[in-house]
Design a protein around this ligand. Sequence first.
Ligand code: PRP
Ligand code: URA
Length: 259
Amino acid sequence: MWSSNTNMNGGIKDSDKLLKLKYPTLSIQSLSNYLLALHTKLRDQSTNTQEFVKYSNKLVHSLLEYTLSILPADYYDIKTIQTPCNVPFQGCSLISSISYNNNNTDNTMNSQLNLCGISIVRAGESMEFGLRSLIPDIPIGKILIQRDEFTQNKQAKLFYTKLPMNITQAKQIFLMDPMLATGGSCILAIKTLIKLGVTIQQITFINLIACPEGLQRVYAKYPQLKIVTSFVDQGLNEHCYILPGIGDYGDRYFGTVTP
Ligand code: PRP
Ligand code: URA
């Protein structure tokens, strides 16, 4: 049996420390016992669809909060407010997703896109609600990519894209997919964005479960890509599924296969 190699005080696995040394732009969320308990529920084959959605939402919310917490300072504006005790409090606020050059919010030609999300459909859609709950006005584009289950290496195929109009101006694009297995889907999504004029510096790939093979393949192609993940698993099986893994995330989240 593979162990998650965490002690009950939580923290960073030894294998993660090495990965972070190897890939400087990789961020792995520190694993508290609470997060480990959520992973345990989510990965359990006896967890039904309703529970899977519940635990997925909790983990995604926590991962997205972690992502926002490690954004550099220039994503925040200094802000002073008055507390109910009538005392000023100097804090900050996350820059808006969209800023407008005038007060006419319908005039999209005068708007600047600062932050946006893109989900890799289907499983990536499970992260949209969490992103919107943290940043309510964030535009969310979609890239439909599916692994071809009939190819030996589960080659990723692109079917459809629908993206915010001024995407090349975005300060940061949160590309979302809960699973990073062979890396094929992530690479194809990034290739699609780069073809449109987006730079690799503009992209943060947000992912729930990764594996060493996927990280290696993605970083070999895009060493500067920022990846934020909740957990790096042991590796892939002969069918390119992550082990210990979770099974097919999209099927489990959308209830297209029941336990
Ligand atoms: C899954 C998952 C990722 C991809 C990861 O999608 O959601 O997009 O596989 O695998 P990779 O790193 O080997 O490309 P899948 O194609 O099964 O579609 P789904 O989201 O509809 O389940
Ligand atoms: N996609 C999934 O949903 N699960 C895996 O283990 C690999 C790819």
